[in-house]
Design a protein around this ligand. Structure first.
Ligand SMILES: *[C@@H]1O[C@H](CO)[C@@H](O)[C@H](O)[C@H]1NC(C)=O
Ligand SMILES: *[C@@H]1O[C@H](CO)[C@@H](O)[C@H](O)[C@H]1NC(C)=O
Ligand SMILES: *[C@@H]1O[C@H](CO)[C@@H](O)[C@H](O)[C@H]1NC(C)=O
Ligand SMILES: *[C@@H]1O[C@H](CO)[C@@H](O)[C@H](O)[C@H]1NC(C)=O
Length: 506
C-alpha cells in the first residue's frame, strides 16, 4: 500500500536533482561546518556518477535513497576510516554500511532499510535530505563526530525503529522530531551536547529504551514519566532537579532498569518505587535525596543492583532490602545512615558498600563530628518538597533522627559542609566548534570506572570497552530476511543491534 503510493515516478524530482543538490545541500553545509571544498566535491560527484541518469535505479525509492546518501556523504568533512569511500554510483545496496531489504508489502522491491556507521569517527553533519531515506528502520551512527542537530525532515522516516546517535557532537534543544516518529522504539541520544528541557511528551511515546544521559538537559522529571512503557531509561549525568517522582511506581509492568545518577534530584525516596517488581537496576547515586529508604524497597523482588550512594539519606537500613533474593550489589556509601545493620543483612555484608555513613561498629565511617553536625541540622522533611503524588508512610524509626541521641551533645558550631560532592561540574567540554579549522581532537574515552556493567536483558548491557578500530566484520549487520519475513525489527523482544558507547563516568 505505502509502497505503491510513494513509489510513483516524480518527474520534477528527476529533472531537478542536480539543482536540489546544489541549492539545498550546499547552503546547509554552512549550518555546522566549513564551506571549503564543498562546491568542488559536488561538481566532482555530479561528473563522476552521472547523477541525472535515473534509468539505473530499479525503483524510485532507491533513487531517492541515492540522493539522500549522496547528500549525506557530501555533508561528511572527515571520514578517517574511509567507511563511505565506496558510496559512489547508483548501486546503493552495494555501499558498505548501507543495508537493503524488501518491504513487507512488496517483496520484489528492494529498499534501503539500514545505515550503520557506528564507531566511524566521522565528522560532518546530518543533512535534511536524510528525509529521502524514508524506508530506514535503523540508523546507527554512534561514536562519530556529527554536529548540528537532527533535521526536521527525519519525521518522514515513518518506519524508523532504532535511532542511535549517541556519542557525537549534536547540540541545541531536545530534537522534537524524534517524538514524531511513529515506529521508534529505541532512542539513544546519550553523550551529546543537547541542552534545555525535555518535552514531557517523550514519556508518552511508545518507546522501549530511552538513553539521554550525559547531555546538558535541565528540568524537573515530570510526573508523567510513570506513563512511559520503557524497559530501560537512563537519565544520568544531566542537570535534572526536583522530585524523584512517585509515579515511577506505575512502570512496574515494563521497567527493568533506571539510572538517574549524577543529577540534582532533591526529595525523599517515594515508597511507590517499591512497586517496581521487575526492576533489576536502580541507580540514584550522586543526587541530593534525603530521608530514609522505605521498607517497600523489599518489594522490588528482581533487584540486582541498588546504588543510592552520595546522597543525604539517613535512618536505618530497612531489613527488607536484605531479603531481596537477587540483590548482588547494594551501595549506600556517602550518606548518613545510622544505627546497626539489621541481623538479616549480616550474611550479605560482603556485597554491600557502606563506607562513610554513621553506622555504629562499621569500619570507614564518617567522623563523629560530621555525623553530629548532620543530625543537629538535618535536611528538610519529606513534606517540605511537596512532591506529588506522594503518599509515603512515615519513615521507619531510626536511631538518630529526628533528634540527635543523647550521647551526641547538641552541636553549637555551625554545621560543616556535609553535602556530598556534587556530580563533577563542568566536566562537559564546551560545545565543540564543529568542523571549522582546526578540528578539535575527539575527546579521549574516559576510563571505565564502573565494572561490571549493570545486568540488563534488553537492550544488552553497554560494554565497558573502548571503541575499537572498526573493521567491516566487527560491525553488526542487518539480518538478511527471507522474502516472506518482515524485514524490519520486531516491535518487542528483539535485542537492539546497535552496540552503545561505553557507559562511563566523565
Ligand atoms: C583512506 O583512504 C585514503 C586515500 O585513499 C588513504 O590514504 C588512507 O590510508 C585510507 N585510510 C584507511 C584507514 O584505510
Ligand atoms: C553489486 O554487487 C554485486 C555483488 O558483488 C555485483 O554482482 C553487482 O554487479 C553490483 N552492482 C553494481 C551496480 O555495481
Ligand atoms: C500513577 O501513579 C500515581 C501515584 O502513584 C497514581 O495515583 C495513579 O493512579 C497512577 N496511574 C495509573 C494509571 O496507574
Ligand atoms: C557495586 O556497584 C558499585 C557502583 O554502583 C561499584 O562501584 C562497585 O564496585 C560494585 N561492587 C561490586 C562488588 O560489584
Amino acid at each position: 500500500m505505502r509502497w505503491k503510493r510513494a513509489g510513483r515516478e516524480d518527474p520534477w524530482l528527476l529533472l531537478s536533482l542536480p539543482f536540489l543538490l546544489l541549492l539545498v545541500i550546499f547552503p546547509l553545509a554552512d549550518s555546522c561546518s566549513g564551506r571549503n571544498g564543498h562546491a568542488q566535491r559536488l561538481r566532482q560527484l555530479l561528473q563522476a556518477t552521472g547523477v541525472d541518469d535515473f534509468a539505473s535505479f530499479p525503483n524510485p525509492r532507491l533513487r531517492d535513497a541515492y540522493i539522500g546518501l549522496q547528500a549525506w556523504k557530501l555533508a561528511i568533512i572527515s571520514d578517517p576510516k574511509n567507511l563511505t569511500a565506496n558510496w559512489v554510483g547508483p548501486a546503493v545496496c552495494n555501499y558498505t554500511y548501507v543495508f537493503c531489504s524488501s518491504l513487507p508489502s512488496d517483496p520484489s522491491g528492494t529498499v534501503v532499510a539500514g545505515v550503520d556507521l557506528n564507531h566511524g569517527d566521522i565528522a560532518g553533519f546530518i543533512p535534511s535530505q536524510i528525509g529521502l531515506l524514508y524506508d530506514l528502520a535503523l540508523i546507527h551512527i554512534n561514536s562519530n563526530r556529527f554536529c548540528g542537530t537532527l533535521p526536521r525532515s527525519l519525521r518522514r522516516l515513518t518506519l524508523l525503529h532504532e535511532l542511535d546517535v549517541s556519542n557525537n557532537r549534536l547540540s541545541g534543544r531536545f530534537p522534537d522530531v524524534v517524538l514524531r516518529l511513529p515506529s521508534l522504539r529505541y532512542l539513544d541520544l546519550r553523550f551529546n551536547e543537547f541542552e534545555g528541557g525535555v518535552p514531557t511528551e517523550l514519556f508518552e511515546r511508545n518507546l522501549d529504551a530511552i538513553f539521554i544521559n550525559h547531555n546538558r538537559f535541565a528540568f524537573e522529571i515530570p510526573d508523567n514519566i510513570g506513563n512511559s512503557p520503557v524497559s530501560v531509561i537512563v537519565l544520568a549525568h544531566n542537570r535534572f532537579h526536583g522530585c524523584l517522582p512517585a509515579s515511577l511506581g506505575n512502570m512496574s509492568r515494563t521497567l527493568n532498569e533506571i539510572i538517574l545518577m549524577g543529577n540534582r534530584l532533591n526529595s525523599c525516596f517515594p515508597s511507590e518505587i517499591g512497586l517496581l517488581k521487575s526492576l533489576t537496576v536502580l541507580d540514584l547515586s550522586y543526587n541530593n535525596l534525603v530521608g530514609s529508604l522505605p521498607e517497600s524497597v523489599g518489594g522490588m523482588f528482581s533487584l540486582e543492583q541498588l546504588d543510592v550512594a552520595h546522597n543525604l539519606f539517613s535512618g536505618s537500613i530497612p531489613p527488607s532490602i536484605c531479603s531481596l533474593p537477587r540483590l548482588k550489589n547494594f551501595t549506600y556509601s556517602y550518606n548518613y545512615f545510622s544505627g546497626e545493620l539489621p541481623e538479616e543483612c549480616f550474611a550479605r555484608q560482603s556485597s554491600f558498600n557502606d563506607r562513610r555513613n554513621c553506622l555504629l561498629a562499621r569500619p570507614k565511617q564518617r567522623s563523629e563530628r560530621q555525623c553530629r553536625s548532620f543530625f543537629s541540622h538535618p535536611p528538610a522533611e519529606c513534606s517540605f518538597f511537596s512532591c506529588k503524588p506522594l503518599n509515603s508512610p512515615p519513615p521507619p524509626p531510626s536511631l538518630y533522627s529526628p533528634s540527635p541521641p543523647s550521647f551526641y551533645p547538641p552541636q553549637l558550631n555551625p554545621p560543616l559542609s556535609l553535602y556530598s560532592p556534587p556530580p563533577p561540574p563542568g566536566s562537559l567540554p564546551p560545545p565543540p566548534p564543529c568542523i571549522n579549522e582546526p578540528p578539535p581532537p575527539p575527546p579521549p574515552p574516559p576510563p571505565c570506572i564502573e565494572p561490571p556493567p549493570p545486568p540488563c536483558i534488553e537492550p544488552p548491557p553497554p560494554p565497558c570497552i573502548e571503541p575499537s578500530a572498526t573493521s567491516p566484520s566487527a560491525l553488526p549487520t542487518l539480518p538478511e530476511p527471507s522474502p516472506h519475513q518482515d524485514p524490519f525489527p520486531a516491535v518487542v523482544g528483539i535485542p537492539y543491534t546497535s552496540p552503545p558507547p561505553p557507559y562511563h563516568h566523565r
